[in-house]
Every structure is written in C-alpha cells, then in structure tokens.
Write a protein that binds this ligand. Structure first.
Ligand SMILES: [Zn+2]
Length: 344
C-alpha cells in the first residue's frame, strides 16, 4: 500500500487531531504518504487520554523507522503557532493545552502545531488541487465551516493567527443562532450541524412532508446532513428543497468571499461537499453571475484533491518549513521581547 519514496528529503511525521479520531502519517518532502495509521476517539475522553492515543498511534507508526526530522500536527481548534499551545478546541474540550511541548518532549524533535483547516489548505496548496495558485481560497464544509486564504503567494494569518473563520461571516442579519456568539452566520445554514437542525425543524413542523427523512434516520433527532443528502438523492421533495436552500446559502456566502479576496482558485471540500458535490457547480454558477466582473472572470471553483489526507500532508509540510527556516514569522517564546526592543 505505502508507496516507496524516492525523495531524498527528510521524513516528517504528520498528525491530525480531530474531534472523533487521531491519525498519523510519515510524509516525505514531496508530500507523499509513506505509511499511515490512526484510531477513533471515544466521546468524553480527556486531554491526557487523547494525547496518550496520539502518542501510541505515532509510536506504532515509527516502530522500526528512523526518528522523524520534525512533527507537524493539525488540530481542530485555535492554536498559538509561536508557542504550540492549543488555545481552544471546543469539540475536544481542550483549553490552553501545550501540545507542542508535550510532543517535542516525547519524540525529541521540532514540532509545529497548527489549525487543521490551515494545515489542509497548505496541503492542497503545496501538493494537491492548489499547486501553482498564488491567490487561493480554501473552504472546508464539514460539521462546521473553516477557510483559509493565500493572497499574492502569502498565507494570511491575521492579527491573532485566527484568519479564515469564513463560516462566521453573517449571511442573514439576526438569522438562525450559531455556535459562535453571532446569529445568521454562513455556518448556521450550511454547516453539517445546521443542515441537520434545519431538517429536524422542518420535519417537526410538517410531519407528513418529513416522513421519508424520519423513517430513513429512525427518529427526528437522528436526522443529520447525510440523511438529508441521501434522501435528496432518492428524490424526496423536502430533502431536495433543503439541499436547494443549502446550495443558495453557500453560493451567496462564497460569492461574497470571492468579491472580498479576488482569488484565482476557490477550493471546496469537507464532508458536506463530499456528500453533495453538486454544490461546487452551484457555487461556480453563482460566482459567474453575481460577482464583480474582474473577480468573476479571474476565478475557478473546484474540489479539493487530497481529501482526508490534506491535514497530515499540510501539517508535515509546515514542519518541514521549520527545518529550513527555523523561526519563520513568530519566534517561539521570543515575540514579546523582540516587540519591546523594537518599540520606542
Ligand atoms: Zn457563527
């Protein structure tokens, strides 16, 4: 299964810490996965248990292999890139967890910790559907929505390293409640959890129209985004209507982002896109008709190429960068001192 690598560069360990599973891969300098492993997480496991699983998956993969030159890890949460601390990972219930330090102590090599969507975007940009793009917008629509932008060949990070929360741009003022403090966000209509909520509400308010969805899921509370996609595929009228609405919301949201960022390429991925790939063409059509002409003419809308491996490959690529450029933009632990020295 594992391809032999002819790349002479270092072997990097890529890690992916998601809400439901941890994965690891040994990745070469050209973004090829040489070996791969993982395990699912149980609900309500604490940080130490999850990190224990992560170490175990990594150790199993490294057995009989030379130690990795570096480790790159993508986490579903907000990360302080300079310190390697995971500030907040709501789905893992982590707060201020020094993941970088714990990994580098355990495996004795440099570690780069980054947000998972950012890792996936880097993976697609360096080794996937975004190769060669200098202006790229990558939007991943799974349970939640995350995004990242490359502008003029530079990866945007933002003042607090939190650039790209495109799921929380407001689409409907005062609209549906979101998981963030706002209402009416793109995610509150198109995120997997929101598609499920919208479907369940409709079935409750019109039980006869919702019979097919309820029977397919077993109960109203079990209807999720996949149920809706599958039912729409089977031509259930309510599910088709829900997917039409989802398509409208997503297309409007992305068209606004195309006007704002003027990308040459928009990549769409994540579970919702995998389940309903027609959304990509719907977005492309809306961009052509609704965006400002220069932006509309410059952009292509496409699907991601690396799927579930993008986080592992991108996190490894970022760790590989650290080997050649040890302290890229925010030196670990040195930023405040330097800032003071430079200031007045
Ligand atoms: Zn929101």
């Amino acid at each position: 299964m594992a391809p032999r690598s002819s790349s002479p560069g270092p072997r990097i360990l890529g890690l992916d810490v998601g809400a439901t599973k941890v994965s690891a891969a040994i990745v070469d300098a050209e973004g090829h996965i040489l070996s791969h492993g993982g395990r699912t997480l149980h609900r309500n496991e604490g940080p130490d248990e999850v990190i224990g699983h992560l170490f175990e998956v990594a150790r199993r993969l490294l057995r009989g292999e030379p130690p990795p030159a570096a480790i790159g890890v993508g986490v579903a949460g907000q990360v302080d890139a300079a310190s390697g601390v995971v500030r907040h990972a709501p789905n893992l219930q982590w707060r201020d967890l020094p993941l970088g330090v714990r990994l580098s102590r355990e495996f004795d090599c440099p570690v780069v910790v980054t947000n998972d969507v950012r890792a996936a975007t880097v993976g697609e940009w360096r080794h996937g559907a975004g190769v060669g793009a200098t202006n790229l917008l990558c939007i991943l629509i799974g349970t939640g929505i995350g995004g990242c932008a490359v502008v003029d060949g530079r990866f945007l990070e933002g003042a607090a390293n939190a650039c790209g929360e495109v799921g929380h741009s407001v689409l409907v003022s005062g609209g549906r409640p979101c998981h963030c403090p706002a209402r009416g966000c793109l995610e509150a209509y198109v995120g997997g959890w929101a598609i499920a909520d919208r479907a369940q509400e409709r079935v409750r308010s019109d039980p006869s129209a919702g019979v097919a969805l309820r029977l397919r899921a077993g109960s109203i509370g079990a209807i999720d985004a996949k149920t809706v996609g599958d039912a729409a595929r089977a031509r259930d009228p309510l599910a088709e209507e829900l997917m039409r609405e989802t398509s409208e919301y997503l297309a409007s949201g992305v068209a606004g982002l195309v006007n704002a960022f003027n990308p040459g390429l928009v990549l769409l991925g994540g579970g919702v896109i995998e389940g309903w790939p027609e959304l990509v063409e719907a977005v492309a059509a809306r961009v052509r008709t609704d965006c400002q002409p220069p932006a509309a003419e410059a952009v292509r809308v496409s699907r991601v190429a690396l799927g579930g491996n993008a986080i592992l490959i991108g996190a490894a690529a970022l760790a590989g960068d650290r080997l050649t450029t040890p302290l890229p933009s925010r030196p670990r632990g040195e930023r405040p001192r330097r800032a003071r020295r430079r200031g007045r």
